[in-house]
Design a binder for this molecule. Structure first.
Ligand code: SF4
Length: 140
């Protein structure tokens, strides 16, 4: 349960975003200063319970912003949280399907009847042969 009055009322989404931003700020500072922060210490500073703290940590880890490592603190097993540098942040990859769409078979009205040995045969198809020759010339 979110106990911190800063996060009570208003939009729940905004509260979570504010909480994440505050948590990241604390973790980033702690990582610079001492290599990380024990998660219970983070929850104490944020004034949240372990249930919400666990959810918060999971969200930040999924975003690639946080690293969590098992440790022992004051004789108890717990986790230390470290800020993940930018190199560990999620990467956006753009993939173009244009080269695939150039394959004539994708737009061919005979594809349902095309097969080796049939009337429409890919081993004798002029459209496919032309496409393969073009692709081969691009490789050279
Ligand atoms: S091989 Fe030729 S006939 Fe067969 S599906 Fe591809 S383009 Fe159409």
């Amino acid at each position: 349960m979110l106990r911190n009055p800063q996060f009570g009322g208003g939009s729940q989404i905004k509260s979570y975003q504010s909480l994440e931003e505050r948590a990241l700020e604390i973790i980033r500072d702690a990582t610079k200063r001492s290599g990380g922060i024990v998660q219970s210490e983070l929850w104490r500073i944020l004034d949240i319970d372990s249930r919400d703290g666990g959810k918060l940590v999971t969200r930040l880890m999924r975003k690639g912003l946080l690293l969590r490592e098992a440790t022992t603190h004051r004789g108890r097993k717990t986790y230390i949280l470290r800020y993940a540098d930018d190199s560990r942040a999620p990467v956006s990859v753009s993939v173009s399907l244009n080269p695939v769409l150039e394959v004539p078979c994708f737009t061919c009205r005979h594809i349902g009847r095309c097969g080796i040995g049939g009337y429409y045969d890919p081993t004798r198809c002029p459209l496919l042969t032309r496409y393969l020759l073009i692709m081969d010339s691009r490789r050279a």
